[in-house]
Design a binder for this molecule. Structure first.
Ligand code: SAH
Length: 343
């Protein structure tokens, strides 16, 4: 059976157009936004301040569109990996990461990914489609504990700048007063660095930006990241220098460490030279081994030395703790390839 179109993912303006087309009073749009984004109610009948006529007309042509996860796997460290259905017969994953009094949700922006970075499991599964705004927001609204979330990071499957219209609309709804009403500082978008998208993102919202750099220079980066060819890191860093990251908005660089590839003291010094003039934080990530990549993780003691050196060179640097490794939820391990084959 054909499914009705869904309201989840619509801006207030779009909801106004829906209610106008149904001949309902304009204020119904605000009420709908409050039920869907504020209270996360998916049944029109439960929307008690809407008239009976409004509820009936809406239910004839629309659905809210929230979909519960099809699976949730819990790690020994409290991390939870959620599996959601997306598109016609695909799946995506989101990871809930509790830490003290904070809880971060790592969400996906695409089904698979086109970027094909050498070290990433998502890249190996290939690309199966874009996520709609509804499918992006559904990950935030339909986990078990949405009220506990303090942060959302676009660091799951996919490249956010390759689905930017939908990512920006999802961000609008998360930050608008009619939506979740969150400060943009609670949201971080991570990107491989597609320059036109990065510019548009920086010009159109004030969320934090994380760049997957992973190399001290363009030559090493080219061996790891195919997108480096079209958008060299050197050019990207020049673009980033045109923006202000010294106040509210944070810029960080992700740097996954591969033994003998990007992890020597000389690499740290070259990295620091190339980042001169940028107000930023560096996040070192342990490589979570993916079969067939020919890459090995840098030992923890060497990661510490690399971190200490960067800190001495005045770049605030931390090592990202791996979370949810036992359930394949850690950075770069998200892949629904097996499930896609069964679908
Ligand atoms: N497309 C976005 C989001 C990717 S996933 C981006 O490129 O930023 C989030 C981070 O995990 C990225 O920095 C990514 O490069 C890194 N990553 C991917 N595979 C990894 C692996 N196997 N081990 C450690 N980090 C990995």
């Amino acid at each position: 059976m054909e499914q009705l179109p869904c309201l989840l993912g619509m801006t207030l303006q779009q909801l106004k157009e829906v209610v106008a087309a149904l001949g309902l009073p304009a204020f119904t749009a605000k009420q709908l936004a409050e039920w869907i984004y504020g209270k996360r109610v998916s049944d029109f009948e439960a929307m008690t301040n809407l008239s009976k006529t409004a509820r009936q007309r809406l239910a004839e042509t629309w659905r809210v569109g929230m979909e519960a996860p099809v699976d949730a796997v819990r790690s020994s460290d409290g991390t939870v990996k959620y599996l959601f259905r997306a598109g016609d017969s695909h799946y995506i994953e989101s990871v809930y990461i509790p830490e003290g009094d904070r809880a971060t949700l790592c969400i996906s922006s695409q089904i698979g990914c086109k970027m094909n970075c050498r070290f990433c499991a998502t890249g190996l599964q290939g690309f199966s489609g874009q996520l709609s705004v509804a499918e992006i927001l559904n990950q935030v609204q339909c986990i078990d504990q949405p009220d506990s979330l303090t942060n959302v990071v676009f660091m799951g499957m996919g490249e956010p700048m390759d689905n930017l219209d939908n990512v920006l609309q999802a961000i609008e709804i998360m930050t608008a007063s009619y939506g979740y009403g969150w400060s943009p500082k609670r949201i971080t978008v991570s990107s491989v660095g597609l320059i036109p998208g990065i510019r548009r993102f920086l010009d159109s919202c004030s969320c934090h930006l994380a760049i997957s750099l992973h190399a001290p220079n363009d030559t090493v980066r080219a061996t790891l990241i195919p997108a480096q060819k079209a958008y060299p890191a050197g050019e990207l860093l020049d673009v980033l220098r045109q923006y202000d990251f010294s106040h509210q908005r944070r810029l960080s660089f992700e740097y996954t460490m591969f033994q003998g590839v990007n992890d020597t003291p000389a690499d740290a010094r070259e990295l620091a030279r190339n980042l001169q003039g940028l107000d930023c934080h560096i996040n070192l990530i342990p490589f979570h081994a993916v079969d067939g990549t020919g890459l090995r993780p840098t030992p923890p003691a060497e990661m510490e030395r690399f971190m200490d050196l960067l800190n001495r060179l005045h770049f605030p640097t931390t090592i990202r703790r791996s979370r949810g490794q036992d359930i394949e939820a850690a950075c770069g391990l998200l892949s629904t390839k097996r499930m896609e084959l069964n679908a």
